[in-house]
Design a protein around this ligand. Structure first.
Ligand code: AR6
Length: 192
């Protein structure tokens, strides 16, 4: 890993950079930031609340239009809107699974949320994307179980698909979860 310190880790991988950053996702200047939303897309707490508060009403207006047209999102689905007043250009809203003990397909659904977000960013020819740790807050997915899924979906995507994405950042809200992702990143063989 290069340019690492206590709050940032970077890994050059397959011509792209995968980073862990401790901080607030609102401050990210990536092309797109990902919102850990709920099916109704009308805002909420955590990442969702922070994005709507900092991004202003243009985001909610577009969410309302999407819901009026398509109905509520399924778990694992992703849609894209303006980023309003945020530094990013777009917000991808995806719905992670609520943790119900692990036998309800949660791991596949969490993987889908990452994969569908990455596909949508690629469809739009975007180059950089910032993710929060989806489902590990209000939805109670244990971070130690969620982090390997999050990291491996990103790595798989960068390895297998023709993608425009050159930079993926996991923005982690506190030291504890930053350390969990760091361990996962260090344990995965990244060659190739
Ligand atoms: N930047 C980065 N990470 C954050 C931020 C932030 N500003 N705020 C919280 N986190 P959560 P979920 C971390 O609850 O579990 C909402 O009400 C947080 O510590 O935002 O997918 C939605 O409307 C945790 O590690 O998302 C849904 O109803 C992670 O981000 C529901 O919560 C995700 O926590 C979604 O729950």
């Amino acid at each position: 890993m290069k340019r690492d310190d206590a709050r940032e880790k970077h890994l050059e991988f397959n011509g792209a950079v995968l980073s862990l950053v401790m901080g607030d996702i609102i401050a990210q200047s990536a092309d797109v930031i990902v919102n850990a939303a709920n099916p109704g897309l009308m805002g909420g707490g955590g990442v969702d609340g922070a994005i709507h508060q900092a991004g202003g009403p243009a985001i909610l207006d577009e969410c309302k239009r999407i819901i009026a047209k398509h109905g509520p999102l399924q778990t694992g689905e992703a849609v894209i809107t303006t980023a309003g007043d945020l530094k990013a250009k777009f917000v991808i809203h995806t719905v992670g699974p609520i943790w119900l003990g692990g036998r309800d397909g949660e791991s596949d659904l969490l993987a889908s949320a990452y994969r569908n977000s990455l596909s949508l960013a690629t469809d739009r020819k975007l180059e950089s994307i910032a993710f929060p740790s989806i489902s590990t807050g209000a939805y109670r997915y244990p971070a130690t179980k969620a982090a390997p899924i999050a990291v491996s979906e990103v790595v798989k995507f960068l390895r297998l698909e023709t993608t425009t994405i050159r930079r993926v950042v996991f923005v982690l809200f506190n030291q504890e979860i930053f350390d969990v992702y760091t361990k996962v990143l260090e344990a995965i063989p990244f060659q190739g």
